[in-house]
Structures are given as structure tokens and as C-alpha cells.
Design a protein around this ligand. Structure first.
Ligand code: PBG
Length: 325
């Protein structure tokens, strides 16, 4: 036999030599949930190994993670007071704002701080936009999202990441940032975000599930997972509105979408390996069904192979700390 694909699979070193895909610490973004109490740490039951942290433990953690090579974080403020309009979302004293200011003061340009923009952790109804007449109102939500984005930029965020899925929010945020002197801050838009059940553990972590008023789910604004062409329309729209990086979310069940958006737009693509993907691996590994290291390596490489340049993953720290990559 002339052709034997197995020749290149004979040793680990040979397999490494011909590997088409690599995952590098520079591509990883570690998400964090920030608490109001400076010294608090609260484990998240639905996400083994992940805790909500106040500023002090967060700073220590980020410093240790920088040593490991994690140079980007994505921040979610949790535990702030909730009201109908999510006003704490743009309060400079909110957990997210305070953490951003502290992190940038401590680590400057060594650390890229990405700030999530959305109302769902700040509204008492748990929706990502304003509720009007029992519906999630699109256009009235835009100024609030833009205001939140500007306040996070003022706190020092390098990158603004809107995850709300209101139409036109990238344009509104871009304009808000430019007018207020933050033309240099990038927008990473959750351009292609599906209405997914894989966000379940996150909603426990952030206490952001839709509550008893308004629609029971997010299907009137997040995307229908039966759709693939629609992903291109969403991606093109966000690029036209001024997005610098496009995110597809979740990752594992949407590899076809990541590949298509990457091929068609040529824009930098991020993929979010979401809370349910993380916890699924933890549960499998915990039950002895597979090795966590192998599951994580396969997961990360698959998402890169599909075309994502940036990987947002709760496993970032553990993967580097344990030398899994
Ligand atoms: C807020 C937001 C969500 C996630 C990121 N930003 C939850 C949601 O849309 O309900 C999910 C992240 C994860 O599951 O890890 N809109």
C-alpha cells in the first residue's frame, strides 16, 4: 500500500508535527462573575470550580492567571440591585464598573478587559431589554444599552461586548462611545447568539433567568437554532453597524455556524463555550465517563478548527494551570 494515513499517526510527536490546529493561551478569554462585596467568594453550584468573586479575590485570581498567560477577561457584574430598567447597569459604583477600574489600575495594557453589556442581570424581570406591555421593547432599550456601554468604557473597559440581541444596538453603542470620546474602544458583538438551553448554569450564576413577568424565554430576541442563513445576516448587520469582532454563541452545537460566519465575513470571530458546555464536561468527567483533560482539549480544538480565533471559556485557567494545551 502506497498510501497509509496511519504513518503520520504513529507517535505523539509526529501527530503534533502535522496537527492542523493549535490552541494558544493568547486566544483564550476567561469569564468572571463579579460580586459587590469586596472580599466575598461564592461558589456556583451549577458550575463546579467557578465562583463569583468580589474585587479582592478577583484581582488576586487575575494576577495569577496573567502568570499562566491569560491576558483577557470577560466580566459580568452580579448581585447589584435590580429594578424595572436595570439602572444599576450603568452605575459607576456597580460591581462590574468597580472591578474594571481596579483591574485596569493594577494591570494596565497587560490585561484586556472585555465588559458584557446587557440588562438581564440588572432588571427585576430578567429580560435583556425593557419590558413594555408584556413584550421586550427594542428601540426604547437602545439608549440604556448605549449608556451602559459608555459607563463601562469610562470605567476603563477595553472592549464592549453587547449580549442583549436587540436590533440596532451595535450602532447605538458605537455612536454613544464615539460621542463620549471612546472612539478607540472596540466592540465585540454577540452577533450570532442563539436562544439556547446551554445557558442554564449561567442564569443560576448571574441570577438572570426571565422571571414571572413578560415572556418566559428569550426566543423573541435571541436566534432560533434551526437557522443558519440568518447567522450571516446578523453578522453582516453588526459589521455594518461598527462591530470589530463577531461572536457566535454557544460553540459546540454551532460549529457549522462558526465556520460559515468566519468564511463569509473574514472578520475576527470569537466563540463562547458557554456555561452548559462547561458543566456538561464537568459532569461527564465527575462521573468518570471520560478524562476532563481530553474532553477540554477536543472541545477547544474543535471550535478553533471550525474557524474561531478567540475562545471564551470557563476552562481557560484550568487548561493552562494543568498544562492541558
Ligand atoms: C446575558 C448573557 C448570557 C450569557 C452571556 N451573556 C445569558 C443569557 O442570554 O441568558 C450566557 C453565557 C453562558 O451560558 O456561559 N444576556
Amino acid at each position: 500500500m502506497n498510501i497509509r494515513p496511519r504513518r503520520l499517526r504513529r507517535t505523539a510527536a509526529l501527530r503534533d508535527l502535522v496537527a492542523e490546529t493549535t490552541v494558544d493561551s493568547r486566544a483564550l478569554v476567561q469569564p468572571h462573575f463579579v460580586l459587590p462585596g469586596d472580599r466575598d467568594t461564592q461558589p456556583i453550584d451549577a458550575m463546579p470550580g467557578i465562583a463569583r468573586m468580589g474585587c479582592e479575590p478577583l484581582l488576586q485570581r487575575v494576577e495569577a492567571d496573567l502568570e499562566l498567560g491569560i491576558r483577557s477577561v470577560l466580566l459580568f457584574g452580579v448581585g447589584a440591585p435590580k429594578d424595572a430598567t436595570g439602572s444599576a447597569g450603568s452605575d459607576p459604583q456597580s460591581p462590574a464598573h468597580r472591578a474594571i477600574t481596579r483591574l485596569k489600575a493594577a494591570f494596565g495594557e497587560d490585561l484586556t478587559v472585555i465588559a458584557d453589556v446587557c440588562l438581564c442581570t440588572y432588571t427585576d424581570h430578567g429580560h435583556c431589554g425593557l419590558l413594555e406591555g408584556g413584550q421586550v421593547a427594542n428601540d426604547p432599550s437602545l439608549p440604556l444599552l448605549a449608556r451602559q456601554a459608555v459607563s463601562l468604557a469610562a470605567a476603563g473597559a477595553d472592549v464592549i461586548a453587547p449580549s442583549d440581541m436587540m436590533d440596532g444596538r451595535v450602532a447605538a453603542i458605537r455612536q454613544g462611545l464615539d460621542v463620549d470620546g471612546f472612539a478607540d474602544r472596540a466592540i465585540l458583538s454577540y452577533a450570532v447568539k442563539y436562544a439556547s438551553s446551554f445557558y442554564g448554569p449561567f442564569r443560576e450564576a448571574a441570577d438572570s433567568a426571565p422571571k414571572s413577568v413578560g415572556p418566559r424565554d428569550r426566543k423573541t430576541y435571541q436566534m432560533d437554532w434551526r437557522n443558519r442563513d440568518e447567522a450571516l445576516r446578523e453578522a453582516e448587520l453588526d459589521l455594518a453597524e461598527g462591530a470589530d469582532i463577531l461572536m457566535v454563541k454557544p460553540a459546540l452545537a454551532y460549529l457549522d455556524v462558526i465556520a460559515r460566519v468566519a468564511d463569509h465575513t473574514g472578520a475576527p470571530i470569537a466563540a463562547y463555550l458557554v456555561s452548559g458546555e462547561y458543566s456538561m464536561i464537568k459532569l461527564m468527567a465527575g462521573a468518570g465517563m471520560a478524562e476532563e483533560r481530553e474532553l477540554v482539549r477536543e472541545h477547544l480544538h474543535a471550535v478553533r478548527r471550525a474557524g474561531a480565533r478567540i475562545l471564551v471559556t470557563y476552562h481557560a485557567r484550568q487548561a493552562l494551570a494543568e498544562g492541558w494545551l
